[in-house]
Design a protein around this ligand. Structure first.
Ligand SMILES: *Cc1c(COP(=O)(O)O)cnc(C)c1O
Length: 470
């Protein structure tokens, strides 16, 4: 074997590294196998570098680099951030923030055994849906209800149960893509149902549906066009008119509301969005909606409606594959309970609370925080209070923006301002609690609608380190 050279011979052996006080302390923190693996990698790195340069780091330096790499890799990947994007229900930032009552319920459900599928009255086996069925029926006026993993799952389960090997009739104007590869035609194909499109992109009439219904029809699907709107020469058939048509033919009508709200949002200064109760009342046989959009709970998909149809869904083996776990069920129950007291909902449910915040209040908050932020970004940047237009997000009320306020940060020098903004955005993302804004018109904009912890925000800025560099 070729002599590896003097540099290699001076690299300490792993056994030797493990005996250093630094390593002994690190074994306590990370465990021996993890440290061993990290040390091996550090030694390999040193060996790689040693062929080019003669100086070899000493034992402590090698151990320190292994520890640094362990520290990096043991940072949680699931991390809270400040969502200052201006989009309240941001799918990429985890959608709804959960109410405190739901957090507590979920935590308790994780710690202890619980009566998940166990009827405490009879001592016999129960059903997990029973934990939230009565609440869902009370809040929506539906006969029966079931819960699955998310609304995509709810739609899939309903289509597969009612439409497998049959036709599903839907307006061309409602064949939507929601994002994350949720395309109505694809879901229908996977559910084993044959898509029958009626009408045109902009106009669908009652007679179009009537002509499409026949012995092969499994269901009619109405989909809330969550994330876009067709304007101009348009016509769609109301849920009520559609229910009259499907009822006369004895065909089930499934209304996928998407976001789905349990309260009249006009109460909180937003536009009225059809509630689940209204969709049930106008005659939909089944209504599907999300748990973590406007409803403000954990990820879930709800299906409410006719007893006989819910019973069929529950017998579908797919239901078992889509069921929700105890932790989320606990959070769902606690969230739904909050809806029984609409007067205090805005206080208790973060989603509604954040959506209901008024521009003036947010502008005052921005003015209060401006000095701290200006100081933290340093002389290389200029921060000002600006008006913002927040969005609800998750496809709910896509046309509607909410007057809001925030802080815009621009590079002080005109030159290389693009690069300076990218550096600033990166620095904010690298904070202990990353701050996520958006870049618009040569500024990094932080919409403060979703900021409720001012003190925590300011404390967190101490880690920014831009002020010294500038
Ligand atoms: C968001 C949405 C879905 C999917 O709901 P998830 O809970 O995200 O799975 C389905 N249909 C419509 C109309 C939607 O807006």
């Amino acid at each position: 074997m070729r002599d590896p050279g003097p540099a290699f011979r001076r690299i300490p052996a792993i056994d030797e590294l493990l005996k250093t006080p630094l390593a002994i302390e690190a074994i306590d923190r990370f465990g021996r196998p993890a440290l061993l693996e990290a040390l091996r990698r550090s030694v390999e790195d040193v060996r790689g570098a040693a062929s080019e340069q003669m100086a070899v780091p000493n034992a402590d330096a090698i151990v320190a680099s292994a520890i640094a790499s362990l520290e990096r890799s043991s940072q949680p990947k699931v991390r809270p951030v400040f969502n200052l994007t201006g989009t309240v229900l941001h799918t990429n930032l985890g959608r709804a923030q959960i109410a405190e009552a739901a957090v507590e319920a979920a935590t308790a459900a994780m710690r202890d055994a619980l009566a998940l599928e166990f009827n405490l009255d009879t001592g016999k086996r129960g059903e997990r849906d029973d934990l939230v069925r009565d609440l869902l029926c009370e809040l929506t006026g539906a006969e029966d209800a079931t819960v699955v993993n998310n609304n995509a799952g709810a739609v899939l389960l309903a289509l597969n149960t009612l439409g497998r090997g049959k036709e599903a009739v839907i307006s061309r104007g409602e064949l939507i893509e929601i994002g994350g590869a949720f395309r109505m035609p694809d879901i229908m194909a996977r559910a084993g149902t044959k898509l029958v499109e009626v009408g045109t992109t902009n106009r669908t009439h009652e007679k179009d549906y009537a002509a499409a219904l026949g012995p092969k029809t499994g269901l009619v699907l109405k989909v809330h066009t969550s994330n876009y709107r067709v304007e101009g020469f348009t016509k769609s058939v109301s849920g009520k008119a559609l229910a009259d048509i499907t009822r006369a033919q004895n065909v089930p009508l499934l209304n996928d509301l998407g976001s789905g709200t349990l309260v009249d949002l006009a109460r909180y200064g937003l536009s009225h969005e059809q509630t689940v109760r209204e969709a049930v009342a106008e005659g939909a046989d089944l209504v599907t909606f999300s748990g973590d959009k406007l409803l403000g709970g954990p990820q879930a998909g709800f299906i409410v409606g006719r007893c006989d149809l819910i019973a069929r869904l529950n017998k579908n083996p797919m239901k078992r594959a889509l069921r929700v776990d105890k932790v989320r069920l606990a959070a769902i129950e606690a969230t739904l309970q909050l809806y029984r007291d609409p007067d205090r909902l805005a206080e208790r449910l973060p989603t509604i609370r954040l959506l209901a915040r008024k521009r003036d209040e947010i502008a005052a908050q921005a003015a209060r925080l401006l000095p701290a932020l200006s100081a933290a970004v340093g002389s290389g940047y200029v921060a000002t209070v600006v008006d913002c237009a927040s969005q609800i997000g998750s496809g709910a009320l896509p046309q509607e923006t909410l007057p809001s306020a925030g802080i815009a940060i621009r590079a002080a020098g005109a030159r290389a301002s693009g690069r300076a903004l990218i550096a600033l955005a990166a620095a904010l993302r690298s904070l202990d609690k990353p701050v996520i804004g958006h870049i618009a018109e040569h500024a990094l904009v932080l919409d403060l609608r979703c900021l409720e912890d001012d003190a925590g925000f300011v404390r967190n800025l101490a880690g920014l380190g831009l002020a010294e560099r500038a």
